[in-house]
Design a protein around this ligand. Structure first.
Ligand code: SF4
Ligand code: SF4
Length: 286
């Protein structure tokens, strides 16, 4: 089984443009959307949900009124001000630390599992998609990413699919770290701007730290050719291959505006041809 992760130093670099086209180009694929805090791939891939699961990422304190003697101990020990003066737990503020449960003299508090989101197995035109939705204000996205990845592997095994394409979160936080585990390599989508280069360096350091092979795609390379050259030199020094240089195109913008991948919108344009070559390189070259 081959697992390819696509990440970027920050949002808006063209990660979805690339992942949606690569998803449409490879028949027999499992796409895992691990950008669980701000998923948008479903808008382009239009998955048909087949199975749905609850994501239980953490716990919250529950006060059983029957046993509560209103002594106030729980309110005073909670470091997160999650219990109101009338002994109601605010489940958003509750960190699930369990301190109130340990301290309640009446045994009136116990911890309950929190449903923080949902995740799905869906059909897409070229195979299967595993994707998720974290409820507003909920945390634990790293844990949800691990669930999505685990399920994507299970689906691939069950369906006899060899290729998993993972859309990772932007940045270098917990969800990205969770998405790096066990991948064959990571493609980093970068842009030729001052902040783009800085973000690229940070993501590459992260890949190096976790011993994940990195490859780079430069998006909108022609908007600043001297910065593109800087990225290429940097990658060259680090022995990191630059897989493709994608030019700026209004057709890409229009494709996304219409909720289509570029290869669906204009299968014969230059960028679609580049994505085809890239897809071949990713899946066929061992
Ligand atoms: S510590 Fe227990 S008994 Fe005291 S107010 Fe809290 S829930 Fe009620
Ligand atoms: S579990 Fe921790 S954070 Fe939640 S209410 Fe109890 S003491 Fe506060």
């Amino acid at each position: 089984m081959k697992e390819v992760l696509v990440i970027s130093g920050k949002g808006g670099t063209g990660k979805t443009t690339l992942v949606s086209s690569l998803s449409n180009l490879k028949n027999g694929i499992v796409v895992a959307d691990c950008d669980v805090d701000a998923p948008d791939l479903h808008l382009v891939l239009r998955p048909k949900v087949r199975e749905e699961f609850e994501f239980r990422g953490g716990e919250f304190a529950y006060i059983d009124r029957k046993y509560c003697k209103m002594c106030g101990i729980c309110v005073s020990v909670c470091q997160f001000d999650a219990i109101s003066k009338d002994y109601i737990v605010d489940t958003f503020s509750c960190e699930g630390c369990g301190v109130c449960e340990w301290n309640c003299p009446e045994g009136a508090i116990h911890m309950k599992e929190k449903v923080q989101g949902k995740y799905f197995i869906s059909d897409i035109e070229t195979g299967k998609m595993v994707h998720a939705e974290l409820y507003p204000g909920e945390e634990n996205s790293g844990k949800l990413v691990s669930e999505v990845k685990k399920l994507a592997r299970e689906v691939a095994t069950k369906e006899g699919i060899e290729n998993i394409l993972i859309d990772g979160a932007p940045g270098i936080g917990c969800p990205v770290i969770a998405s790096l585990s066990n991948v064959d390599f990571a493609i980093i989508v970068s842009e030729p701007t001052v902040s783009g280069i800085h973000d690229l360096e940070r993501v590459i350091s992260l890949c190096e730290f976790f011993k994940v092979k990195a490859k780079v795609v430069i998006n909108k390379f022609d908007l600043n050719e001297s910065k593109t050259e800087e990225i290429e030199k940097f990658c060259n020094k680090k022995n990191i291959p630059v897989l493709a240089k994608i030019p700026f195109s209004l057709e890409v913008v229009e494709a996304l505006r219409q909720g289509l991948s570029v290869v669906e919108y204009k299968p014969n344009n230059g960028i679609s041809k580049m994505f085809e070559e890239l897809s071949f390189k990713l899946w066929e070259e061992r």
